[in-house]
Design a protein around this ligand. Structure first.
Ligand code: PLP
Length: 360
């Protein structure tokens, strides 16, 4: 089976981990600090705060911005569940805005009608590595004095006109093994606001302002030096691996555009293809089964929009979000990761074009 994702771990990562293990400094220490500094530089922001996962990065960022019970946060229903769950954890209410059918991202034209006096923040998600329309979202946020917390968990190195995602508001990244770079598990918050960075640092380490003095209710959301050591190596490889993803995606689009609806990329946007996601107007599930039978690890991200997930139904969500609901029945992601060989790319093209032609 040609896997949908493959973490690429080389000798450098292994050596880096061994070095940390031999140093005796295993938990959060100098490697985390170095990783934070380099990641902040990479994103073009002043501060970065490492956490234990993308989910804890999102949750900590929301808390650092003072979001809690009584607040509403506008976000997309078409994302991984952790986006909306991080809002729920704080006691705030996620408010879902429908998506654009071409970018799969939150539709800025529909945001303002969902703003109420309780709205405190917008949480756009750069889904599949494709940046949201941040110009429009920043404008709305400024007009209504709202915070922006970008869920950039799938979008390391994505950019608009040279500005990296995670630099338009407070950014949150995941380093889960399937992501464009990994630390095994891990996350990062990026910001230009020193106060938010400081609050996030305190929250991730038991609310500790100085050793054994606890001003606020904090958590243990720290990253370890073992994980940061992997992240430092992976960050160096990220530009090269991003280019390879884009090259693979370009090839797939050139070969498949006559058979399926291929992903759209706007001018001046760098889509980093965490996922290469096509649309099929009909027979998506049949095509998925056939591709899997033929050794192509195609997957659906995401088959059920968040407002229709059982847990959100139980919480009373009854939204009708027609674009997200339709798109969730049409999307199919194909392998695009940098470890793919040319023969594997060609096999994906052959099988997808054959299977799609059979369904016509
Ligand atoms: C869009 C999105 N948000 C949040 C997360 C949560 O990240 P993590 O799995 O590192 O907690 C993920 C990844 O799994 C994600 O894809």
């Amino acid at each position: 089976m040609i896997a949908i994702a493959k973490p690429i771990i080389g000798e450098e990562e292994k050596r880096a981990v061994l070095e940390v293990l031999e140093s005796g400094q295993l938990a959060q220490g100098p490697k985390v600090a170095e990783f934070e500094e380099k990641f902040a530089d990479f994103c073009g922001v002043k501060y970065a705060v490492a956490t234990s996962s993308g989910t804890t990065a999102l949750y900590t960022a929301l808390l650092a911005h003072g979001i809690g019970p009584g607040s509403e946060v506008i976000t997309t229903p078409f994302t991984f569940i952790a986006t909306a769950n991080s809002i729920l954890y704080t006691g705030a209410r996620p408010v879902f805005v429908d998506i654009e059918s071409d970018s799969f991202n939150i539709n800025p034209a529909l945001i303002e009608e969902k703003i109420t006096p309780k709205t405190k923040a917008i949480m756009p998600v750069h889904l599949y590595g494709n940046p949201c329309d941040m110009e429009a979202i920043v404008q709305i946020a400024q007009k209504h004095e709202l915070i922006i917390i970008e869920d950039a968990c799938q979008a390391h190195n994505a950019s608009i006109n040279g500005a990296k995602v995670g630099s338009f508001g407070t950014g949150c990244f995941s380093f889960y093994p399937t992501k464009n770079m990994t630390t095994a598990e891990g996350g990062m918050i990026t910001t230009n606001d020193s106060e938010i960075a400081e609050k996030a640092r305190i929250l991730r380490a038991h609310g500790s302002v100085r050793p054994y003095y606890h001003d606020v209710l904090g958590y243990n959301f720290r990253m370890t030096d073992v994980h940061a050591a992997i992240g430092l190596v992976q960050l160096e490889k990220l530009p090269q691996n991003t280019l390879k993803r884009i090259e693979n995606a370009t090839y797939l689009t050139d070969q498949l555009r006559d058979y399926v609806i291929t992903p759209q990329v706007k001018d001046e946007y760098v889509h980093v293809f965490h996922q290469y996601t096509i649309r099929l107007k009909e027979y998506r599930d049949e095509i998925l089964t056939k591709l899997n039978e033929r050794g192509i690890g195609a997957r659906v991200y995401y088959g059920v929009p968040i407002h229709q997930q059982p847990i959100y139904r139980k919480l009373g969500y009854r939204d009708f979000l027609p674009v997200a609901e339709r798109i969730s029945r049409e999307v199919l992601s194909l392998p695009v990761h940098p470890a793919l060989k040319k023969e594997e790319l060609d096999k994906i093209v052959t099988e997808v074009s054959q299977v799609c032609s059979m369904q016509e």
